[in-house]
Design a binder for this molecule. Structure first.
Ligand code: ZN
Length: 400
């Protein structure tokens, strides 16, 4: 079997929709909007602030940042008993490595897969998140690793086209691997992925609520046996955000879509209750709060309760907790730690890891505030201590 054929992507549950979805601006689905009352478009005052003033208000990283946010050298495997656990690693900013448990999706499989399905979310290992690598936002902490240090990756999932989530350097390297992964992104992102060198056959471009089944053939623990099939379903989910890669994009309708993603293990029918589910939020806001407004009185984004209702429960949620101040400008597009804790509850998550902090200084809150405020918020909204945490960069977390 050729290496390229060892990943199959299919569509066993096509989405049935009637009429134009509420987030489409046109009939063709080539321009997009946030369809909720919880959204507020940046007005001219916001645009002026963001373009001319914002970056001057952002803090600089303290000298001891590497002690405050330690980076570990990743180890990809745990003890042998960990192979049946769900694994997740924050790699800096919004980048995550996830490995689903090493379990076959075939009823009568006699051999055990040597590993689980591996997913990278919004991988970004470059020094800067900007159109050019000699200017623009520069990392204050290192990435967990580089592409060449990774184990074999099956799927790369992209949430949207902002530079801090879709990185040309990283994507180009992943696409050039001898056994390239399959790439998933929301509508409107095919051209950009192809321009980064991803073959069209490896691109899977989905609308909100669409899903695909990914089946991977991996070797068994007993090397003499047949390859073993592992599988998961990947669903593109709504979120409140926007897109754009250059200055003029601010003033036009979004030509590509933004999203979160849910990956759920596919197991034989008799074991389907044990299937692990992870949710990656990408970038999202929860509500839009103006100066002087009571944040508890404004509408919240309905998408998260819908995600909770659809999937029943989420074993692990990867949620953004940084880039939330000033609230007037940032609340429509980014969650504060408190809002992230509310999302955690809306989606019915069991465990969570905070992301979108401690890597690039994008906004005005103190750099070490997100984890501190997350802890306070969890206590306030009644999330059990230790369930929704921040980790070191490159720290592998295991979930039963
Ligand atoms: Zn973004």
């Amino acid at each position: 079997m050729s290496p390229a054929s060892s990943i199959q992507v299919s569509n066993p549950n096509p989405l049935k929709t009637e009429g134009r979805p509420s987030h489409w601006v046109d009939e063709e689905g080539t321009a997009f909007k946030n369809p909720w009352k919880s959204w507020r478009e940046h007005d001219w005052r916001d645009q002026l602030y963001i373009v001319f003033k914002h970056s001057k208000q952002c803090p600089t990283a303290p000298e001891n940042i590497s002690e405050l946010i330690p980076a570990r050298k990743p180890t990809w495997t745990g003890k042998s008993t960990d192979e049946l656990k769900l694994k997740a690693m924050w790699m800096g900013h919004a980048s995550f490595f996830v490995e689903l448990p090493a379990r076959s999706c075939i009823v009568d499989s006699t051999s055990t897969p040597s590993r689980g399905a591996r997913i990278l979310f919004d991988p970004l290992f470059s020094e800067r998140c900007s159109p050019i690598q000699w200017a623009g936002f520069k990392r204050i902490t290192p990435p967990a690793c580089q592409v060449e240090d990774l184990p074999e990756i099956d799927v790369v999932v992209i949430s949207h086209d902002h530079y801090d989530h879709l990185d040309e350097g990283t994507i180009a390297k992943l696409a050039a691997l001898p056994r390239p992964p399959q790439f998933f992104a929301p509508l409107g992102n095919l051209t950009i992925l192809k321009s980064f060198g991803v073959p069209e056959d490896n691109c899977h471009i989905l609308d909100w609520w669409e899903s695909r089944r990914v089946e991977v053939l991996v070797s068994g623990t007993d090397k003499s046996s047949e390859p073993v099939s592992i599988a998961f379903d990947l669903t593109c989910t709504p979120g409140q955000h926007n897109v754009g890669r250059n200055f003029t994009d601010r003033f036009k309708h979004a030509k590509s879509l933004w999203s979160g993603w849910v990956a759920r293990e596919v197991l034989p029918e008799s074991q389907s209750n044990a299937a692990k589910t992870v949710y990656f939020a990408g970038d999202t806001g929860y509500r839009a709060v103006l100066d002087g407004q009571d944040e508890n009185q404004v509408p919240v984004c309905e998408a998260f309760q819908q995600i909770g209702n659809k999937f029943g429960s989420i074993d692990l949620a990867m949620l953004p907790i940084g880039a939330y101040l000033p609230q007037r400008y940032m609340s429509p597009v980014h969650c504060s730690p408190k809002e992230s804790a509310l999302v955690f509850k809306d989606i019915r998550a069991k465990y969570g890891i905070g992301m979108h902090w401690g890597t690039f200084v994008l906004t005005t809150e103190p750099i070490m505030d997100p984890p501190k405020k997350l802890k306070e918020a969890c206590e306030e909204v009644g999330i059990k201590e230790g369930s929704f945490v921040c980790t070191d960069i490159g720290q592998m977390m295991f979930y039963d």
